[in-house]
Design a protein around this ligand. Structure first.
Ligand code: SAH
Length: 187
């Protein structure tokens, strides 16, 4: 796993998703070395950098051109030479021309989550996996309801991580913001 503190960051782009979250997403995705992965809302490239080391191909999409730039910088910084395509576009547009997806990560969707999930469903291989990471309660509910409507059996895990800061007189636990990892597998 990559270290959170090693990522290049900028105030214009959220991320990276924390190490523990990336680890859970990787394990839930059951990624194989020939899988095609899309990272919708790649942000700083947290998921892109992890999957690019383990999958066959990664396609990363973000509406924010700064996110595409910083994801590219992070791939370079970590010397990741996997097959990665970076697309500066809305996921709801870009996905129309992508097919044969094994794993779809949705880390950002704006107000287009339902549209993106519908597109992903139509472009996902059988046994494909959709993983949504959501901070807003509303996004969690929307993702679950839409995935149910599309015929999936979604699972939701709320992840609360606290990390220790070692001080002179003891260890202070500092919490990170809770985030839900919603997973669904195509039959
Ligand atoms: N998981 C990322 C952080 C994601 S932040 C990491 O580890 O670095 C969410 C990102 O989603 C933002 O960069 C935002 O620009 C992007 N985003 C929001 N709506 C989007 C959409 N409809 N299509 C593509 N990207 C989108």
């Amino acid at each position: 796993m990559l270290n959170d503190s090693d990522f290049i960051k900028t105030c214009d782009v959220p991320g990276p998703s924390k190490e523990a979250i990336r680890a859970i997403v990787l394990y839930k995705s059951d990624v194989k070395n020939d899988d095609v992965v899309v990272d919708v809302g790649c942000g700083t490239g947290g998921f892109t950098c992890e999957f690019a080391q383990r999958a066959g191909r990664v396609i990363s999409i973000d509406t924010n051109p700064e996110a595409i730039k910083i994801t590219k910088k992070n791939l370079k910084k970590f010397n990741i030479d996997g097959d990665v395509t970076l697309i500066n576009n809305d996921g709801a547009n870009a996905l129309k021309s992508i097919d044969g997806i094994d794993i779809a990560i949705v880390g950002g969707s704006g107000r287009k989550l339902e549209e993106i999930l519908e597109l992903l469903d139509s472009r996902l291989n059988s046994k494909g996996r959709i993983i949504v990471t959501a901070i807003l309660v509303d996004t969690k509910v929307e993702a679950i309801n839409k995935l149910k409507e599309l015929g999936y059996n979604p699972q939701i895990m709320e992840v609360n991580i606290s990390k220790g800061r070692v001080l002179d007189r003891g260890i202070m636990m500092m919490s990170e913001n809770p985030i839900a990892v919603i997973t669904a597998k195509k039959r």
